[in-house]
Design a binder for this molecule. Structure first.
Ligand SMILES: [Zn+2]
Length: 266
């Protein structure tokens, strides 16, 4: 059976966990994996080692690792700048340096401060001015979240305050049956598929609850295996048109404005 070619873009990868002492070496390993899995382009953010509450100096160091990794791979990869709302000025400076004046196209918020916190406002405003995507990790942990770890509901509060900003809800809330209803009424939030074990019915529920246009494939490799994360979407009982949107079409549409500002077509 001849299938139409789906151009796969992955919105969530990390250099952490790949072999190599330099960003170049780790990037080579990541590109090799992407080649093997048929990934046309991927987004990467945060360097190594992972730091849940990075200092201003550590933000610069880790964003530099990503900039160095991207340097020879602009045709294959995009970057998001890691920021920490506990350090407002440093985060704004990193957005200016890496996104406004550099090649990056989004920002990454992890677990230092919950998304509903007003300390995120100046950071989100700056990102929105630049049409940068905002990736916010979210999870509903049965064992309780970290003090600064967001749920989907926290992200919904932030997205309501910033209707012109475009958010990616990392991991679809971890528990997607809680994450999906939390963000459903916020049209400026798309959910990211990575980071839980592949479970039959998850992607189908995302499509049913949000529509395929608000679902973006992400693997979270090397934290998760790219093959199993891809399998979630490839094995879902959805239309080929919806699969194409989830695996790449939506991310291309969402980064088109900022790429256009930088003079590129996605
Ligand atoms: Zn991740």
């Amino acid at each position: 059976v001849k299938q139409p070619l789906i151009r796969i873009w992955d919105c969530h990868t990390h250099l952490s966990g790949f072999p190599g002492d330099t960003p170049e070496a780790r990037m080579a390993a990541l590109v090799e994996l992407a080649d093997r899995m048929g990934i046309e382009r991927f987004v990467t953010f945060m360097g190594w080692p992972f730091d849940t509450d990075p200092s201003p100096d550590e933000l610069v160091r880790q964003n530099d690792q990503v900039l160095q990794a991207l340097a020879h791979w602009h045709d294959r990869a995009l970057g998001f700048a890691y920021v920490n709302p506990r350090h407002e000025q440093a985060s704004l400076a990193e957005i200016d340096r890496c996104v406004r004046d550099g090649p990056m196209v989004g920002i990454k918020l992890w677990v230092a401060v919950r998304a509903s916190d007003p300390r995120l406002d100046p950071i989100v405003e700056r990102a929105a001015e630049l049409s940068a995507l905002i990736f916010q990790h979210t999870w509903y942990k049965a064992t309780g979240n970290l003090p600064g770890e967001s749920t989907g509901a926290d992200l919904a509060v932030l997205a309501h305050r910033h209707p012109r900003a475009q958010f990616l809800c990392g991991h679809t809330g971890g528990d997607w049956e809680l994450g999906l209803p939390a963000v459903r009424e916020r049209p400026n939030v798309a959910v990211e598929t990575g980071g839980s074990d592949p479970t039959s019915g998850m992607i189908e529920m995302c499509v049913r609850e949000l529509g395929a246009e608000r679902i973006v494939f992400g693997s979270d490799t090397s934290g998760r295996s790219l093959a199993t994360q891809l399998g979630k979407v490839q094995g879902a009982r959805i239309s080929e048109a919806d699969r194409g949107l989830i695996l790449g079409g939506n991310l291309r549409r969402l980064v088109a404005p900022i790429l256009a500002k930088k003079g590129f077509a996605p």
